[in-house]
Write a protein that binds this ligand. Structure first.
Ligand SMILES: [Zn+2]
Ligand SMILES: [Zn+2]
Ligand SMILES: [Zn+2]
Length: 346
């Protein structure tokens, strides 16, 4: 079982894994990569994963067989487990919770060699539909405060398995990054009676220097205070707080904007490792002690995707201060990306 442990100085939490004792040599940085001879995400290998919780496949085809287009399975080696109670414990200044949650893998394509940027629009839209289906299902569990969808592409971005996939973690604690963002949006709304992200979209569209793409439904922008070179935000122009409420048409538009951004990055930076993270509203269950939570969420929050190529390492200063040093102004990143080829060229 893993544990959430709270750091009282940083006011944040760490997930501690203690499934087995790891020898120090397992942490050596230059240890050999494990070579996977038989990919568990490939069609025909369905028995190598836990039974699927969602799949897109033709009607009448059996679950857990081949012929799927997108497949969602619980992680075989989950960081968090769905069974059990949170069982909060306190020891002086130290607090911990049991590592309760869910950890699922969204296998985005049956093709072992295709990356997300190479899928067609229908295939990418099906991935978005899988995200929506899992959010709608997992949010019924009242233990979960936040559902985090993210993707790691490339070994440097945390994806040792090459078969294209993303992940969802259902968490019993709202991640501090999201909590800060939710609070900032709520405070802006209470002050201005307007959505902070709608205001940001209007300002970026009027300015134009950091805009990579505006296709009439989504804005792709290099944020003003980008932490990393070529960081991008993918922002729906239509205000809505909740990714899970999006229509098929809106998900197709999201898939199109995401594909455009991924292909520009691929062509400009030669298939960089990257992460993306979906920022969407938390499940709106009443929170004891917080009667004011979520009362304005539908008006004050605005879902979006954060896409970060992993081109540089986080060093001592960033680690120690929380300030990022970005060697590239986002105005330059946006200019290069506007000029980059947005079509499939590989
Ligand atoms: Zn594979
Ligand atoms: Zn908005
Ligand atoms: Zn955000």
């Amino acid at each position: 079982m893993s544990e959430f442990r709270r750091d009282p100085l940083k006011d944040t939490w760490v997930i501690t894994k203690n499934f087995r004792i790891r020898q120090p040599r397992e942490f050596f940085v230059d240890r050999e990569q494990v070579t996977i001879t038989c990919c568990p995400f490939c069609p025909g290998q369905e028995a190598k994963t836990p039974p699927e919780v969602f799949a897109v496949r033709p009607k009448g085809m059996d679950a857990n067989g081949p012929n799927w287009q997108v497949r969602v399975v619980p992680n075989k080696f989950p960081i968090l487990r769905i069974e059990g109670e949170l069982n909060p414990q306190h020891d002086g200044l130290h607090s911990c919770l049991q590592g309760i949650g869910a950890h699922e893998v969204i296998i985005e394509t049956p093709d072992h060699h295709s990356s997300l940027a190479q899928l067609n629009l229908g295939e990418t839209t099906a991935v978005m539909q899988a995200y929506r289906a899992r959010l709608l299902d997992l949010r019924q569990d009242k233990r979960f405060r936040y559902l985090q969808i993210f993707k790691n592409h490339g070994v440097e971005a945390g994806a040792p398995l090459p078969h294209s996939h993303s992940q969802i973690m259902a968490l019993p604690i709202t991640p501090p990054l999201l909590r800060n963002e939710l609070n900032a949006c709520r405070e802006h709304f209470l002050r201005e009676q307007r959505c902070l992200i709608c205001d940001l979209i209007a300002q970026e569209m009027a300015d134009g220097r950091r805009v990579v793409l505006n296709d009439g439904q989504f804005l792709v922008v290099a944020p003003y205070a980008s932490c990393f070179p070529f960081e991008l935000w993918i922002l729906p122009l239509l205000h809505n707080h909740d990714f899970a409420q999006q229509s098929d048409q809106q998900l197709a538009a999201c898939a199109s904007a995401l594909q455009d951004a991924l292909r520009r990055l691929y062509n400009l930076l030669e298939d960089p490792p990257y992460n993306f993270i979906l920022h969407t509203a938390p499940p709106e269950w009443p929170r004891p002690g917080h009667p004011d939570f979520w009362t304005t969420l539908a008006q004050d929050y605005h879902w979006h995707i954060v896409l970060v190529p992993r081109l540089n390492h986080i060093a001592g200063f960033e680690w120690g201060s929380g300030f990022f040093i970005n060697p590239q102004p986002p105005e330059d990143a946006a200019r290069f990306l506007r000029d980059a080829n947005p079509t499939l060229n590989f």
